[in-house]
Design a protein around this ligand. Structure first.
Ligand code: MGD
Ligand code: MGD
Ligand code: SF4
Ligand code: MO
Length: 751
């Protein structure tokens, strides 16, 4: 039963947000989110060869097979051997076919003979391109020191080059996944539980789930969505805290329509209520936690009434949530979130998630937080570690920063040359134009560089700022990442399944595209680091990584791309409440001395955010269910499904402004910055009056993206005010406010 039910439910969930999208200027007649009847069923393609691989349309890395006929990929499907995503893949996973054959893709090395931002491209040879990159990167190193290189990497293929550049002596690396995404979450949990949680809450076996933001159904990671749906199908209660009626909110028992930026106060009040009313897990707190008394005192002021006022909620609703969690503890999923770079006060919110999990005893039990385990050990292959002088560290006051350097400090060094100049930069799988808030400053910083090198697959906006632009093979044309995970555990059993699935090419690389090991090694040789090269090729690297598990690429091909073996289930023996953790005290730190010594709040503390100015609404954003950020916007199939990002506006406010659903508007932010493009209005009761919402990643400006150019509005262009999280140095991006422009007339948003 499970498969059909889950599949259908999955599609419903995924399409919920899409289904609510009204008009669009492009898809006349198309029904976004509706599954076409004519779409071939899995396994129905005849005369094809099955090539196992791993998806990278997003970073979840589902296991797939490519159906290949006469050397051409005709379809992608879930790998039937997968114990993770199974036969299912999402819309984006399916549409990998269109990425592979997108005629706009980068094909040859290019040199910009125009200006940065207004490129004129000349095709050059790999020899010439690599020679120029090496010469100019070396020049920056020689003139300004090895730390004068900034690296903006993201994705599987960027790890090897990132390690190479770190070895050359720069620590100025800013990964989007840390400083604009989940770094704060990881550090918040590291300082509480001693480990980064991933998205590892056991939703499939939960009796209640709490999602703060986390808009599952729009945020799509196949096995994660399946676990959530299994939990719901088993009768789990769902609480969704979101200023907007998200896809998840539409399935919730309790929708908490919170005022943005106040979630820490909400969780503090819940924790205080549980403590005061003796509804927390005393045995777990005694056995596994440190600093409970100081924690209790530190949050004692957080009454339900205090939080209700701050969060703009009813006292009764906060109490209802607390009671529901207590009634179902310890089998509750307090979801740690993923994109948590919200308001610049986010580390404290993440500490609150972690402490709430702890006092409910929701750890290593069915439904609770699970310590991430990859199941099977892989070999480590990479560049030797570099030497980094403390004097050049840009950590600043952000003592709890995730790996890498705070982006804002790197940007300052690029822009102002302070505390020292950064003069060259490499972007590899990251599109800083749309990824890093403060777009106008990012562009200025890029213009100030002596040299910019970009390695990409598509001509996204960052490529307009490259001096040399290098084409990498897409994930379907190369080896690289090895997915290594754990699945298939059940309450009452000690066993699970560990699995390994390497990415392997589905088709040969086309045109002059190359892989990351080849490009990095060629650059290394030219920059004088040839003697440090750790592996000669990507397949060699993979074989070395697979060897400790007794595996190789040849063996993986022969077994259909996935190896499984028995593993231990992630639960503690029933009733055990005493656990050890890798923190300073060896326990979960409800009160953290380490934080207090560093001058930060030692118990979760609410730090207020800027209030919405008169005439504006707070701009918040999230995921389009069929797109991955900006990277998939040029994909013909996906563009056809949801071509632009409607602006959600509270119905009453919109009507007062004389707007109706379907109107087209531009946005203007508090700094007078206008969106380059317009988009369609969606009036809905499903959003707070002080908030507007759009999906992230639209509004591409590069004319080379012939499908995506000017479609929808680029949220990042409206995020000119940047707030930095004090503990981690990660970005807050939801502190910007917009009003609207319709037919040239400015429309204030009524308060
Ligand atoms: N389809 C698709 N799925 C994806 C991705 C993708 O690009 N496309 N990207 C993946 C990646 S890398 C990530 S990090 C995740 C991101 O996905 P999530 O981790 O779920 O992102 P969030 O920012 O938590 O969720 C956005 C929601 O937060 C709400 N929100 C805004 N401000 C606040 C606030 O102050 N408080 C509360 N409680 N809610 C608020 C918004 O209304 C919106 O519904 O998605 C992943 N999944
Ligand atoms: N305003 C705003 N900013 C955000 C977010 C948001 O929701 N709103 N979300 C944040 C989050 S959670 C994240 S994770 C980041 C995501 O940040 P990014 O990863 O920078 O997102 P993309 O826009 O997809 O840009 C990735 C770039 O990698 C390229 N690329 C894709 N595949 C490959 C490949 O195989 N090789 C190479 N070399 N390049 C490749 C794409 O073409 C694109 O240019 O953005 C963060 N920034
Ligand atoms: S969730 Fe979708 S896009 Fe992401 S890896 Fe899985 S199939 Fe690919
Ligand atoms: Mo992310």
């Amino acid at each position: 039963m499970a498969l059909t039910l889950t599949r259908r439910k999955f599609l419903q969930t995924a399409s919920l947000a899409a289904a609510s999208i009204p008009l669009s200027k492009v898809t006349a007649g198309a029904q976004p989110g509706v599954v076409k009847k004519s779409y071939p069923a899995p396994g129905s393609f005849t005369g094809t060869e099955s090539k196992p691989s791993v998806c990278e349309m997003c970073f979840w890395r589902c296991q797939i097979v490519g159906k290949v006929r006469d050397g051409r990929l005709v379809k992608l499907e879930g790998n039937p051997k997968s114990v993770d995503n199974g036969k299912s893949i999402c819309a984006r996973g399916n549409a990998g076919v269109q990425l592979l054959y997108d005629p706009d893709r980068l094909k040859y090395p290019l040199k910009n003979i125009g200006e940065r931002g207004k490129p004129v491209w000349k095709r050059i040879s790999w020899e010439e391109a690599l020679d120029e990159c090496a010469t100019r990167l070396k020049a920056a190193q020689k003139n300004h020191g090895p730390h004068s290189l900034a690296i903006f990497p993201h994705g599987a293929s960027a790890k090897y080059p990132m390690q190479f550049f770190e070895m050359t002596g720069t620590e100025n690396v800013s990964e989007a996944s840390f400083f604009q995404c989940r770094g704060i979450r990881d550090m918040g949990y590291v300082s509480t539980f001693g480990f980064a949680p991933g998205e590892n809450v056991d939703m499939a076996h939960a009796k209640a789930m709490l999602l703060i933001g986390t808009h599952i159904g729009e945020n799509i990671h196949v096995s994660h969505v399946k676990s959530y749906l299994k939990g719901l199908a088993n009768g789990a209660k769902l609480i969704v805290v979101d200023p907007r009626f998200s896809a998840a909110a539409s399935k919730a028992d309790i929708w908490v329509k919170i005022k943005p930026g106040t979630d820490t106060a909400f969780m503090m009040a819940i924790m205080n209520y549980l403590v005061v009313n003796n509804k927390y897990d005393k045995a777990f707190v005694e056995g596994s936690c440190e600093g409970f008394d100081a924690f209790r005192e530190g949050i004692a002021h957080a009454t339900l009434e205090w939080a209700a006022k701050i969060c703009d909620l009813a006292v009764a609703q906060i109490k209802e949530v607390a009671e529901l969690l207590a009634a179902n503890a310890p089998n509750v999923s307090i979801h740690p979130g993923r994109h948590v770079s919200w308001h610049g006060n986010d580390f404290q919110r993440m500490r609150a998630h972690a402490c709430l999990t702890a006092i409910l005893g929701a750890y290593a039990v069915p439904g609770g937080l699970i310590k991430p385990s990859s199941g099977i050990k892989l070999g480590k292959v990479g560049w030797p570690k570099g030497e980094h002088d403390e004097e050049f560290s840009l950590t600043g006051s952000h003592k709890f920063k995730p790996p890498g350097m705070p982006t804002e400090n790197i940007k300052k060094a690029m822009l102002e040359g302070k505390p020292y100049p950064i003069k060259a930069c490499v972007c590899w799988g990251q599109n800083p134009i749309q990824t890093i808030p403060g777009q106008q400053a990012t562009i200025q910083a890029l213009k100030k560089m002596d040299f910019v090198m970009v390695v990409d697959v598509m001509p996204t906006d960052i490529t307009m700022y490259a001096d040399i632009l290098l084409p990498e093979g897409s994930y379907l044309e190369r080896y690289d990442y090895i997915k290594n995970g754990l699945a298939g555990w059940q309450p009452g059993s000690d066993t699970a399944v560990g699995y390994i699935a390497p990415r392997m090419p589905v088709v040969e690389p086309m045109f002059e595209r190359r892989d990351q090991v080849w490009i990095t090694n060629q650059l290394a040789i030219r920059m004088g680091y040839g003697d440090k090269i750790p592996v000669q090729s990507l397949p060699e690297m993979m074989d070395q990584m697979l060897a400790p598990a007794g595996l190789s690429i040849a063996k993986m091909q022969a077994m259909g791309g996935i190896h499984t073996q028995p593993a231990k289930a992630p639960y503690a023996p029933a009733g055990i409440k005493e656990h050890a953790f890798k923190t300073d005290s060896g326990k979960i730190e409800l009160y953290s001395e380490v934080l207090s010594d560093a001058g930060f709040p030692a118990v979760p503390t609410f730090l207020p955010v800027e209030e919405v100015p008169e005439g504006f609404a707070r701009l918040v954003y999230g995921r389009s269910p069929v797109h991955t950020f900006n990277r998939s916007q040029n994909n013909r199939w996906l563009h056809h499904e949801i071509p632009e990002n409607p602006l959600w506006i509270n119905e009453e406010c919109g009507k007062k402004m004389g707007l109706k659903t379907g109107d087209r508007v531009h946005c203007e932010n508090q700094d007078g910055i206008r969106s380059r493009t317009d988009t369609v209005v969606m009036l809905t009761p499903g959003i707070r009056r002080d908030t507007v919402y759009m999906a992230h990643g639209y509004g591409t400006m590069n004319t080379a993206m012939t499908v995506a150019k000017d479609q929808g509005v680029d949220d990042t262009s409206l995020i000119s005010k940047v707030v930095v999280d004090p503990e981690t140095g990660a970005h807050g991006m939801r502190n910007n406010f917009v009003r609207l422009i319709k037919n040239g007339k400015t429309l204030n948003i009524p308060s």
